[in-house]
Design a protein around this ligand. Structure first.
Ligand code: NOJ
Length: 518
C-alpha cells in the first residue's frame, strides 16, 4: 500500500475553466486530455476533478442529475475513461467529486418524488407539510435564504443550497446503497480517490428542530454521519490504495478530526489554513493546531490556499486588511496585486513544505488573481442574489498562451471574461522565466519529490527573528518565511535550494520564503 494521499500534491481541475477543445467557450474533457502535459511538467501527483456529471448547472455541476455519466458540455463517459487511463499513463492519480448531500431537481429520483406523493422516491428526500402557511423549519440555507420550497402538491421539500438541489434523506437505506454503488462505479473505472462534497451536512436531526444558539445543530455534524463514512471506508478498502477526502468545514478541530478516524475518511480539507490571515502568530498557531489534531489521529494534514469557492489568495493576501473572510471581495478594500503575488509565492513554499498533502487550485501555479471586474450581468453563481457574493471571480478560464483573451483557452467566447492583464500570466509567457510563479511551482514540486526530508518526516520549529516562521523537515532541510516588514538574517545553512523572491545578500526580505539545505 503506497498511501499516496498522505503526501501527494493534488491539483484541482475546475473543468468548465481548464481548457476548451470544442470551441463552445466551456472547458471539457478533451481540453484536459490535450493539456495533461502541463500537469506532468508541473510535477503534481494527482488530479481532483470538480463535478463533470450531467447537470442543469444550477450550481455549476454541484447539482447532479446522474452520477454515472458525463455532462455533454464536458464530453462522454468514454472520454472520461480515456482521461483516467491517460492520466495514469502520465503518472497522475485521479480523484472525482461526489455530491452526496443533494441531487439535482432533474435527478430521476426527485422527478419521481414530485410526480407522485406516494412514490417510494418521496422518502429519499425531506418532504414535510408546512406549519400553516409557514415553512417546516426556520433553517437558513448555506447560500443564505430559506431552505424549503413548496411542491405543487402543497408539501415543502428541504434544500440546504438552492431549490434546484433537494437534500437527500440519508436515513433511507436505498440512499446509502445507491452511493456505495456509485463509489464502486468510479473505483471500478480506476479512480484513485473520491472528494466528498459538503461532507458534514448529510444527516439531519429527524425531529427537524429549529436552529437555536447553543443547542445542538440540526443538520451540521450529526453523530450518525460517521456510520455513513465507515461504510464508505469499507467500500474503498475493497480496492487497492483508494482515498476518501472530505470537504469538512468545521472550526472545532476535535470534531473535525473525528472524520479522520482510522475506519473513516483518509483526509479532509484544511479550511483553517485557507482562512488564516497573513499573520505570523495566527499562521503558526494554525499550523500547530492542524498538525496536533492530525497526529493524534494518525491522519495526514492537508494544506489548501485556494479553491473554486473562495477569493483567490493572490487577491486575499494583497489586501491591506489581512483578515480573510469568505465574502471579502465585497468590502471594497484596495488590492495590491504585487504584494499579494509576493506573499502567494512565499505561501507556495510554505504549503509545499509542511508535512502532509498539498492542494493546488488550477491557476494558482500561474499566480492568477480574483477577477473582481466581471459585470454583474455575466455572473453565473447562484450564491449571487442569495448572499450578495459571487464565486465567479475565482472560476475564470485559464490563460494558456497569446497576448489577449481568450489566451488559447478556447477558440470561441470564454464563459467568463478573462482580465487582459493575464497576458503576462499565461503558461507560455511564464515557461522558461525563472522569476515566474509557474517556474517557482515547478521547481518547488520537483524539489519536494527529490527531497527525502519532505516526504513523511515531521517538522520542528526553530528560533528565528520575531515574525519569522522557521522549521526543519528531517535533518538537512529548513523552510524560513519572513512575515515581518523588515529584512532578517538567514540562519546558518549550507546552500539555498529555492527562494520565493530575490534575496538581499544573506538576508531574507519581507514576505519572502526560502528552502535551505542545512
Ligand atoms: C461545496 C462546493 O465546493 C460548492 O461549490 C457547492 O456550491 C456546494 N458544496 C454545494 O454542493
Amino acid at each position: 500500500m503506497v498511501q499516496w494521499w498522505r503526501d501527494a500534491v493534488i491539483y484541482q481541475i475546475y473543468p468548465r475553466s481548464f481548457a476548451d477543445a470544442n470551441g463552445d467557450g466551456v472547458g471539457d474533457i478533451d481540453g484536459i486530455r490535450a493539456r495533461l502535459g502541463h500537469l506532468r511538467d508541473l510535477g503534481v501527483d494527482a488530479i481532483w476533478m470538480s463535478p463533470w456529471y450531467p447537470s442543469p448547472m444550477a450550481d455549476a455541476g454541484y447539482d447532479v442529475a446522474d452520477f454515472r455519466d458525463i455532462d455533454p458540455v464536458f464530453g462522454t463517459l468514454a472520454g472520461a475513461e480515456a482521461l483516467i487511463t491517460e492520466a495514469h499513463e502520465a503518472g497522475l492519480r485521479m480523484i472525482v467529486d461526489i455530491v452526496p448531500n443533494h441531487v439535482s431537481s432533474e435527478h430521476p429520483w426527485f422527478k419521481a418524488a414530485l410526480a407522485d406523493p406516494d412514490a417510494k422516491e418521496r422518502d429519499y428526500f425531506w418532504f414535510r407539510p408546512g406549519r400553516g402557511a409557514e415553512m417546516p423549519t426556520n433553517w437558513r440555507g448555506e447560500f443564505g435564504g430559506t431552505t424549503w420550497t413548496q411542491a405543487p402538491d402543497g408539501e415543502w421539500y428541504l434544500h440546504l443550497f438552492t431549490p434546484e438541489q433537494p437534500d437527500l434523506n440519508w436515513e433511507h437505506p436505498d440512499v446509502r446503497a445507491e452511493f456505495e454503488d456509485i463509489l464502486r462505479f468510479w473505483f471500478d473505472r480506476g479512480v484513485d480517490g473520491i472528494r466528498i462534497d459538503s461532507a458534514a451536512l448529510l444527516l439531519k436531526d429527524t425531529a427537524l428542530p429549529e436552529v437555536i444558539d447553543d443547542a445542538p445543530h440540526p443538520f451540521h455534524d450529526q453523530e450518525g454521519i460517521h456510520d455513513v463514512y465507515r461504510a464508505w471506508r469499507r467500500v474503498a478498502d475493497e480496492y487497492e490504495d483508494r482515498a476518501l477526502i472530505g470537504e469538512v468545514w468545521m472550526p472545532e478541530v476535535d470534531r473535525f478530526a473525528r472524520y479522520l478516524r482510522p475506519d473513516e475518511l483518509h483526509a479532509a480539507f484544511n479550511f483553517d489554513f485557507l482562512g488564516c490571515a497573513w499573520d505570523p502568530g495566527l499562521m503558526r498557531a494554525c499550523i500547530d493546531r492542524t498538525l496536533h489534531a492530525h497526529a493524534a489521529i494518525g491522519a495526514p494534514a492537508t494544506w489548501v490556499l485556494s479553491n473554486h469557492d473562495v477569493t483567490r489568495h493572490v487577491t486575499r493576501y494583497g489586501r491591506s486588511d489581512t483578515t480573510f473572510s469568505f465574502d471579502n471581495n465585497l468590502d471594497g478594500t484596495p488590492v495590491d496585486l504585487e504584494l499579494g503575488t509576493r506573499r502567494a509565492r512565499a505561501a507556495a513554499l510554505l504549503s509545499l513544505s509542511l508535512p502532509g498533502a498539498t492542494y493546488v487550485y488550477q491557476g494558482e501555479e500561474l499566480g492568477l488573481w480574483e477577477n473582481e471586474n466581471i459585470p454583474v450581468a455575466e455572473y453565473h453563481d447562484p450564491m449571487w442574489g442569495r448572499r450578495g457574493h459571487s464565486r465567479d471571480g475565482c472560476r475564470v478560464p485559464l490563460p494558456w498562451s497569446g497576448d489577449e483573451p481568450p489566451f488559447d483557452f478556447t477558440t470561441g467566447q470564454p464563459w467568463l471574461p478573462q482580465p487582459a492583464e493575464w497576458k503576462d500570466r499565461t503558461v507560455q509567457a511564464q515557461t522558461g522565466d525563472p522569476s515566474s510563479m509557474l517556474e517557482l511551482y515547478r521547481a518547488a514540486i520537483g524539489l519536494r519529490r527529490a527531497e527525502e526530508g519532505l516526504h513523511r518526516s515531521t517538522m520542528a520549529w526553530f528560533d528565528a527573528a520575531p515574525k519569522v516562521l522557521a522549521y526543519t523537515r528531517g535533518p538537512g532541510f529548513a523552510c524560513v518565511l519572513n512575515m515581518s516588514d523588515a529584512p532578517v538574517p538567514l540562519p546558518a545553512h549550507r546552500s539555498c535550494l529555492l527562494a520565493s523572491g530575490p534575496l538581499d545578500g544573506t538576508s531574507l526580505p519581507p514576505d519572502t520564503a526560502v528552502w535551505l539545505r542545512l
